[in-house]
Design a protein around this ligand. Structure first.
Ligand code: C2O
Length: 584
């Protein structure tokens, strides 16, 4: 009797797991299409299967997700990164070019295949340099049969917020990273979008409660977001459930997500605007006539007017630092390893403006870092082999890691770590300077968890996580301009465990595209398989400016040239200043 009962239980649980874990497959043909989402400019955008906006990926926790990608762009390599997913045991599916794969070459195909074991609101985007703001960015929702808040809502909505440019990223990037832009001013967006459009209307049923999953899929701008006369109750941020917490306005940086409950009114007497307002503090110069807001409406009665939003006196967003995670995970109070990252912006000897961690600007290695891990045996624990410009940090299995980020720059930066959520244990106000461990003794006992955190102007933030997920994980500012200017570090977590997980497991399509692009797949950062300490030929950043030649000097020179010769000044400066890129 007892035996047959346990048999029955075993069979039932097997059956349940079989029923629950589905395989969800998407076939994505990535190619250029035309779109005009703000009604002001038609332009090429990167679509999927001839469509843009691109589809929402939707799975249930526990599912296997397979995405078959065909790159039909013709002129650019591409990749897909599934932002916020841990990729536990499948680091090679993380989609970051130069880190876990080569670009998917034009004309070739590539399959992402992994299980999704975490619930919540995510997104997917190209992780080819500077590419996703051209349109290759969409929601990824992981439904959860055990969502602790599921009895609190009737329906779900997804709202993406973003900035939008009328120009393609390639010409914008060429200007951004040039001597003509020595101060590193980021191109200012031309408009803001919600669900890749404007003036979105959402029809609302009185009395219902909606779970609104909001995602900032933009390149640059954070958004202030509010719904007129409706309170938001935050229940999830970046895939971590929270204690339900009320907010009237939130601040959502590039790449962050907030799920909020919004309960509809019980009558249909009016419609209500909601607004995403880009944070103009990020913009060096706000162009005349820029509408930095995007508006939508909660429509209770389509025959009633949709009033323009009321003015707000001040932006006073909810401070996410006070959020408490639903699982009440306690503060990691014993730190095994501290990584200190001092951020600054400066010019190099090509005259362009770069971003630095600890005086090193990131340049991707010739060999994707994961492939270096997999091809170097016991030497994979030697940081040197990963190159001179990768800002590499090696972690031991299961240690508790603390990242101290000191922002020596007057800009706001949203920092994202692949493969993990982290506890945000300390975050300063503006202008607080560098973090001082001796003056910071008390931390929240159950700190908020996110995968993307705002670090304030000339301020600091401290994050902690446990190194329980072997892999090579990018840590970077999620302002796409700053990824290109080098605000990136490489976290190499438990390299020997990566080897035992993934040795001989990389599918051949991953290596094939490297072959097409002439990228080596083994050896150190320079592709040297014989002498791993010889980095000759590795990709390097330009050199430092000669002593006494300051960034200000370049700014002054360029501006006086511009003043003297108008646009010609810039061109003659190009001629005067040879571009010196170190190659070895
Ligand atoms: Cu949204 Cu490196 O990722």
């Amino acid at each position: 009797m007892a035996i047959s009962l346990s048999h029955f239980l075993l069979a039932k649980s097997l059956l349940l797991s079989l029923v629950q874990a589905a395989t969800v497959t998407y076939d994505f043909d990535i190619g250029w299409v035309y779109a005009n989402p703000d009604g002001q400019a038609i332009r090429p955008v990167i679509g999927i299967n001839g469509q843009w906006p691109i589809p929402t990926i939707s799975v249930t926790k526990g599912d296997r997700l397979i995405v078959n990608v065909q790159n039909s762009l013709g002129n650019e390599s591409t990749s897909l990164h599934f932002h916020g997913l841990y990729m536990n045991g499948t680091n090679h599916m993380d989609g970051a070019i130069g880190v876990t794969q080569c670009g998917i070459a034009p004309g070739s195909s590539f399959t992402y295949n992994f299980t999704v074991d975490q619930p919540g609101t995510y997104w997917y985007h190209s992780h080819a340099k500077g590419q996703y703001p051209d349109g290759l960015r969409g929601p990824l929702i992981v439904h959860d049969p055990e969502d602790p808040h599921k009895d609190l809502y009737d329906e779900e909505l997804v709202l993406t917020f973003s900035d939008w440019y009328h120009d393609l990223m390639n010409p914008l990037l060429a200007f951004f990273m040039s001597v003509a832009n020595p101060s590193g001013a980021e191109p200012v967006p031309n408009s803001a979008l919600v669900n890749e459009t404007q003036n979105l209307t959402i029809s609302i049923t009185p009395g219902r409660t909606y779970l609104v999953r909001m995602i900032n899929i933009g390149a640059f701008a954070a958004h202030y977001i509010w719904f007129e006369d409706h309170t938001m109750q935050i229940v999830e941020v970046d895939g971590s459930y929270t204690e339900p917490t009320d907010a009237d306005m939130i601040y959502m940086t590039a790449a962050q997500r907030y799920s909020v409950l919004i309960t509809a009114k019980n009558n249909t007497d009016a419609n209500f605007a909601f607004v995403g307002a880009m944070d103009q503090d990020l913009f060096d110069v706000v162009p005349d006539g820029l509408n930095s807001n995007v508006t939508g409406w909660l429509v209770y009665d389509d025959s009633l007017e949709k009033h323009p939003p009321k003015d707000v006196n001040a932006f006073e967003p909810f401070d996410d630092f006070s959020l408490v995670p639903w699982d009440k995970e306690e503060l990691y109070d014993k730190v095994d390893r501290t990584i200190r990252l001092d951020l600054k912006m400066d010019n190099l000897d090509d005259g362009a403006n770069y971003a630095f961690f600890n005086d090193v600007t990131y340049v991707r290695p010739k060999v994707p870092t994961l492939y270096t891990v997999l091809s170097t045996g016991p030497n994979a624990t030697n940081p040197t082999i990963y190159g001179s410009n990768t800002n590499q940090f090696l972690l031991e299995p299961n240690e508790v890691v603390e990242i101290i980020l000191n922002n020596d720059d007057p800009g706001k930066h949203p920092f994202h770590l692949h493969g993990h959520t982290f506890q945000v244990i300390s975050r300063s106000d503006d202008e607080a300077g560098f973090y001082d461990p001796s003056s910071s003794s008390s931390f929240p006992s159950t700190p908020m968890k996110r995968d993307t955190v705002l670090v304030r102007p000339n301020g600091n933030a401290v994050m902690r996580f446990r190194a329980d997920n072997p892999g090579v994980w990018f840590f970077h500012c999620h302002i796409e301009w700053h990824v290109v200017s080098g605000l990136v570090a490489t976290i190499i977590e438990s390299p020997l465990s990566i080897q035992s997980q993934l040795a001989n497991k990389i599918p051949s399509d991953h290596y094939d595209t490297c072959l097409i692009l002439n990228s080596p797949t083994a050896g150190n950062a320079a592709g040297n398989t014989q002498d791993l300490l010889d980095l000759t030929g590795e990709f390097r950043s330009p050199g430092e400016l000669p002593a006494g030649f300051t960034a200000r000097g370049i700014v002054a020179l360029v501006f006086s040239c511009v003043a003297a010769f108008l646009g010609l000044g810039v061109i003659s400066w190009y001629g005067m200043m040879p571009v010196k890129a170190k190659t070895g």
